[in-house]
Design a protein around this ligand. Structure first.
Ligand code: PGA
Length: 252
């Protein structure tokens, strides 16, 4: 079964309502390949207005959600409220959440369960730091992040895994296609062994970390790279080229 190419745009805490409305209007008038599934994740304040504005073949997501669905959690985003408002996706376990907001593997596992329980789809981010890569611990780190999720959930059908090496995020230092492919292949092998072959065959494993229109085609050619999670470049016109990059490969 061919996996549908998936491109997420993580706007992070950038833009104004006006600038993001302009960005979405440009996306609405662009030629987007129907071979790609596209999700944009605006800052939480702008998720609903942009959901109203964006074309129907582009979905919206939040950049984070809490473990609990309601209660005294000042400043948090309820996964249930997202679902009730028709927001289908959430990004969980982004390295900025893990490092700056101290989200442990365990918390990310529990958040993933909470999001799936209310019916959300999850872009689950994993990835190693430079120090961990240099110590030869890349796959060990990624696996421990996946294990924490596997402890909480059984059904992986609404998950897209984003492999995002921390050293490549926002640095302009993209992983080489070979470096990325190696980890994506390891992730898929881990899934074969720990979840099952059918899931391994169908789950999308996307790459994130300094993806641009200049490097997306070579990355997209790799067998186990099923799309991208894009930060900085999702705020630029080249996001359209990244979405369409799979069509410039010979991949089925
Ligand atoms: P970047 O961010 O494309 O700006 O490196 C990727 C991400 O954080 O998802």
């Amino acid at each position: 079964m061919a996996r549908k190419f998936f491109v997420g745009g993580n706007f992070k805490m950038n833009g104004t309502l006006a600038s993001l409305q302009k960005l979405v209007a440009d996306l609405n008038s662009a030629q987007l390949s129907s071979d790609s599934e596209v999700v944009i994740a605006p800052p939480s304040l702008y998720v609903l207005p942009l959901k109203e504005l964006v074309r129907k073949d582009v979905a919206v997501g939040a950049q984070n959600a809490h473990i609990e669905v309601s209660g005294a959690f000042t400043g948090e985003i309820s996964p249930k409220q997202l679902h009730e408002e028709g927001v289908p996706w959430v990004i969980l376990g982004h390295s900025e959440r893990r490092s700056l907001f101290h989200e442990s593997h365990e918390i990310v596992g529990k958040k993933t369960k909470a999001a799936l329980d209310v019916g959300l789809n999850v872009i689950l981010c994993v990835g190693e730091t430079l120090q961990e890569r240099e110590a030869g611990r890349t796959i060990q780190v990624v696996e421990s992040q996946l294990v924490a999720v596997a402890k909480e959930i059984k059904d992986w059908s609404k998950i897209v895994i984003a492999y995002e090496p921390v050293w490549a995020i926002g640095t302009g230092k993209v992983a080489t296609p070979e470096q990325a492919q190696e980890v994506h292949k390891d992730i898929r092998s881990w899934i074969v062994q720990n979840i099952g072959e059918t899931v391994a065959e169908s789950i999308r494993v996307i790459y994130g970390g300094s993806v641009t229109a200049a490097n997306s085609i070579e990355l997209a050619k790799q067998l186990d790279i099923d799309g991208f999670l894009v930060g900085g470049a999702s705020l630029k016109p080249e996001f359209v080229d990244i979405i369409n990059s799979k069509n410039k490969t010979n991949k089925l």
